[in-house]
Design a protein around this ligand. Structure first.
Ligand SMILES: Cc1cc2nc3c(=O)[nH]c(=O)nc-3n(C[C@H](O)[C@H](O)[C@H](O)COP(=O)(O)OP(=O)(O)OC[C@H]3O[C@@H](n4cnc5c(N)ncnc54)[C@H](O)[C@@H]3O)c2cc1C
Length: 388
């Protein structure tokens, strides 16, 4: 069996690595001319790692990033509201959360691929299904053929657009700023991971190893998509915040700061038809609040491989994959959306109540939620779809 994967983001690369493990030949087509990761760094949650492990893929990420055992919630001025530990959950589940630069994660995934698996500078424009399988057309004129097509082409997926038509993005009204930068500060120790909560505005500060940090900021604005301010405006937005927050922004070259509007899409019930399916942000884009977008793309990749490996009927295997993933992905999309509303509260009383809730919510409640999000529920593939 041969799979065509469109997009070499975390989802597409994880899919290629996963399919390789089950003997499916996978070709990845990426529009970028080089593999340059967008979006700085991320938290790679435990579930992504334990999912890959079901296929025998051990991602070498501890060495490349920074393991973090806890997340501190802080006020804008830096006072700790609550420390939420994860280390004990990681011990139970057999892996830990890792904060990692996207380039380093990409490298870790590429080590599980054949060098020839990724074709760069190939922008897919559409597909056609015929008796021999599926054909993908590219902007430069070439075509690719395969038995199945996996659209891992992100938020603005052309594969999704051809499947479901044009859609409006859902925009909750805030902008996200992201950056990685070499940074040292007495507060930011190894494994530091903190979220600072202001009113209608937040900041995340995370150690990613090698003397580097990853920071992100969010702010409610009238037109998140059209936001065109620069570093000075961001610095002004964080005036009066904790010294490490202001120092991190100040230490970052203006050109290294990425700004993206917060956006997702209403949940899509059907991700594919015939030999075509979607994966990752193309299937279920979510707001960043649960920090699970990439991890869910990896879970998709692994479950897809569970279903496609030695499947007698590829179309049926794709429907089995979609069915197995649907409810978990929905939980993450809806959960991120709901959490983001609370996190971005800007009225004084409401944001104070939010902080009080976070301070006093029982540890068992937080543990329960975190453990559910970080658990990949591995089901043996043979029960699902081999047509018998
Ligand atoms: C502010 C922010 C913070 C986040 N933090 C986290 C976090 O901490 N943890 C986490 O797990 N997730 C996080 N996420 C989510 C995560 O970044 C995404 O869910 C994840 O990157 C999705 O991966 P993907 O491979 O599906 O899509 P993408 O990473 O978007 O990759 C799609 C790829 O397809 C290519 N492509 C697009 N169109 C075409 C075409 N027509 N032809 C060929 N190639 C094409 C693109 O160039 C790209 O390389 C965050 C997101 C944001 C916005």
């Amino acid at each position: 069996m041969k799979a065509i994967i469109i997009g070499a983001g975390i989802g597409g690369l994880a899919a290629a690595a996963s399919l390789r493990q089950v003997g499916v030949d996978a070709e990845v087509y990426e529009r970028a001319g080089e593999l340059r990761p967008a979006g700085s760094a991320l938290s790679l949650s435990i579930n992504a790692r334990t999912a890959l492990r079901t296929l025998g893929i051990e991602l070498d990420v501890e060495r490349r990033g920074s393991v973090y055992h806890r997340l501190d919630f802080r006020t804008a001025r830096g006072r700790r509201i609550r420390r939420v530990p994860f280390g004990h959950i990681g011990e139970r589940l057999g892996a830990q959360n890792v904060a990692i630069h996207r380039a380093d994660l990409q490298q870790a995934l590429l080590e599980h691929l054949d060098a020839t698996a990724v074709r760069l500078g190939a922008t897919a424009t559409g597909f056609q299904v015929d008796a021999d399988g599926v054909r993908v057309d590219f902007a430069a004129g070439g075509v690719a053929r395969g038995d199945v097509l996996i659209g891992a082409d992100g938020f603005h997926s052309v594969i999704r657009r051809q499947l479901v038509g044009p859609e409006e993005a859902r925009e909750p009204g805030y902008v996200c700023w992201l950056a990685t930068v070499p940074f040292r500060h007495p507060t930011v120790t190894d494994g530091y991971c903190a979220h600072y909560w202001g009113r209608g505005q937040r900041f995340g500060l995370v150690d990613i190893g090698g003397g580097r940090i990853y920071w992100w900021g969010t702010r409610n604005v009238p037109d998140a998509r059209g936001w065109a301010g620069g570093k000075d405006e961001i610095l002004r937005a964080y005036a009066g915040w904790a010294p490490e927050v202001r120092a991190a922004i100040a230490a970052t070259p203006a050109a290294a700061i990425i700004s993206v509007p917060a956006q997702d899409r209403p949940f899509l019930e059907q991700w594919g038809t015939g030999p075509v399916t979607l994966l990752g942000d193309a299937a279920h884009p979510m707001l960043p609040s649960l920090a699970q977008g990439a991890a869910q793309a990896v879970e998709d990749a692994v479950v897809l491989a569970h279903h496609l490996g030695d499947a007698a009927d590829a179309d049926r295997a794709l429907r089995g994959y979609e069915a197995e993933r649907r409810e978990r992905a929905r939980l993450m999309v809806d959960g991120s959306f709901a959490l983001s509303r609370v996190e971005q509260l800007d009225r004084p009383v409401a944001s104070l109540l939010r902080n009080l809730y976070m301070r006093f919510v029982p540890r068992s409640v937080l543990d329960g939620r975190n453990e559910a999000a970080m658990t990949f529920d591995a089901r043996p593939p043979a029960v699902h779809d081999h047509g018998h």
